[in-house]
Write a protein that binds this ligand. Structure first.
Ligand code: GDP
Ligand code: MG
Length: 340
């Protein structure tokens, strides 16, 4: 990648034309927009959010599961299946645990190599580097960018079954959870509370011994799980993705869920819930940086001195810090109103 964060920061005004280029199919422009979301300043990220608001209409499918379970192999099959329908597909592979794009991502690239030259396919990976608030905040924004760029389907692959992955996975219209025999996955998935957010479960590597047992186990656990998604019953699909077996059933399950989302107003509800989470994430980011800003160093030092001297307690001092930061935030937005 040749674009440095600094050069991206300088280009807030160019964002709309970058989006035009991206929508015209220029992969380089798409990549640059994603880079802004990943590493850009608050100002450029805001410009991207403004340009992308309400643009595009994509089906967003999140896939999550342990490393090596076969997510990228399944994603590769899905790219093929959606391309057969003549739909444009974007893939965002995110690894919250990795400080930089490492081996897993390289594997993803190789796994999806056959689509690399297809102009209707865009593949990008993201690691947790360089962004306050981390991937949990950056990934949904990147998905919005890809939607605005005109992709019909966005596949969001996240590694792992921790809370961050659950968060990222829930920023999809449809959340797919993968398990494989012999990985102790079904227990992990149940513990992580991931069953509750799964819309479709895949038992991958169905060519291996124990796959039938895992599928039965999952079906049992699903029955017991307290599911938040009312009347949709998450199907368990057995897939041998390396051999392309079960792909038709998987596409069927995804189509069914798409229809269900559309007919029950569920998609709208989900997107509203996601937007609420995004607003909170941005607001918390902003508060955090306001509270830790150098401008408040003097105030903080004065408050700390008073606490040490026993003239104040840290709760009252925290109230005072928040008050002064709140004042600074208002000044910030006044400044923006003036300079806009
Ligand atoms: N036996 C078997 N191996 C598979 C299957 N799907 C994927 N694999 C292999 O599992 C490994 C990890 O796959 P990958 O898609 O990179 O997993 P990810 O880390 O979840 O993205 C690779 O060596 C794949 O070839 C399958 O259906 N059966
Ligand atoms: Mg992968």
């Amino acid at each position: 990648m040749s674009t440095s964060p600094t050069s991206l920061t300088q280009r807030a005004r160019d964002i709309p034309s970058l989006l035009d280029a991206a929508r015209a199919g220029q992969n380089r422009a798409i990549g640059q927009l994603v880079s802004v979301v990943e590493m850009g300043s608050v100002q450029t990220r805001r410009a991207v959010a403004v340009a992308c608001a309400g643009v595009g209409q994509a089906r967003i499918i999140g896939l999550t599961g342990s490393p090596g379970v076969g997510k990228s192999t399944v994603v590769d099959s899905l790219i093929g299946a959606y391309r057969e329908r003549d739909l444009k597909v974007a893939v965002l592979a995110v690894d919250p645990s990795s400080p930089f794009s490492g081996g897993a991502v390289l594997g993803d690239r190789i796994r999806m190599q056959r689509h690399a030259l297809d102009p209707g396919v865009f593949i990008r990976s993201m690691a947790s580097r360089g962004r306050l608030g981390g991937l949990a905040a950056a990934a949904p924004e990147a998905v919005k960018v890809l939607e605005a760029c005109g992709f019909d389907v966005v596949l969001l692959e996240t590694v792992g079954v921790g809370q961050v992955e659950v968060d990222v996975a829930t920023h999809a219209d449809t959340t797919v959870v993968l398990v494989a025999p012999g990985m102790g996955d079904s227990i992990q998935v149940a513990k992580a509370g991931i069953l509750e957010v799964a819309d479709v479960l895949i038992v991958n590597k169905a060519d291996r011994a124990g796959a039938t047992l895992v599928a039965a186990e999952l079906a049992d656990m699903l029955e017991l799980a307290h599911r938040s998604t009312d009347d949709w019953e998450a199907p368990v699909v057995s897939v041998a993705s390396a051999a392309g077996i079960g792909l038709t059933e998987l596409m069927g399950a995804l189509d069914d869920h798409g229809t269900w989302l559309a007919t029950n107003g569920q998609r709208q509800q989900r997107r509203t819930r996601q937007a609420a989470a995004e607003i909170q994430a941005v607001a918390i980011d902003r508060l955090r940086s306001t509270l830790t800003d150098h401008d408040h160093g003097v105030t903080l030092l004065a408050l700390a001195t008073a606490v040490v001297a026993g003239a104040n307690d840290c709760y009252t001092a925290a109230d005072e810090l928040i008050d002064s930061a709140g004042h600074a935030t208002h000044i910030d937005s006044d400044m923006r109103a003036v300079t806009a």
